[in-house]
Design a protein around this ligand. Structure first.
Ligand SMILES: C[S@@+](CC[C@H](N)C(=O)[O-])C[C@H]1O[C@@H](n2cnc3c(N)ncnc32)[C@H](O)[C@@H]1O
Length: 119
């Protein structure tokens, strides 16, 4: 992996990640997802920001549930490209930006999430 390449831009890393992530018994869906959704509550009518959004599957789901807007931040260009495909034909958007560069502003969003990215 080159010095400037993001971790998830590496083909092997990404293939391995999605092979695990898309397994029906993956830890995200088995453990993290139910707890996260319980804590987040209703997503309808929320303006959302998702830090380290990956392929933005969560954005797609949130918009389907009636979220007003969804903006994902993502460091990996390959993930950004995938996320834009996932969010095509939705009002969702993805920004190629590192979390560290994000400037939080008051009343910018109703919900700021970061699922398995800050670790
Ligand atoms: C384990 S994946 C989780 C993706 C998504 N949140 C999910 O739950 O499916 C972590 C994602 O966070 C991104 N990420 C990690 N550190 C980041 C940073 N400092 N800024 C932006 N994105 C970051 C990675 O590129 C990767 O797409």
């Amino acid at each position: 992996m080159s010095e400037n390449q993001e971790f998830y831009d590496n083909l092997d890393v990404r293939a391995n990640y999605f092979a695990h992530r898309r397994r029906p018994d993956n830890p995200n869906d088995a453990l993290e997802r139910p707890l996260f959704l319980e804590l987040a509550g209703q997503l309808a009518n929320l303006d959302m920001i998702d830090l380290g959004c990956g392929d933005a599957s969560f954005g797609q789901e949130a918009l389907f549930q009636g979220a007003r807007s969804y903006r994902g931040l993502e460091a990996s260009q390959t993930m950004v490209d995938m996320a834009r495909q996932v969010l095509a034909n939705t009002p969702g958007e993805v920004v190629h930006e590192r979390i560290e560069a994000w400037q939080a502003q008051s009343e910018q969003a109703d919900l700021v999430s970061s699922r398995l990215a800050l670790n």
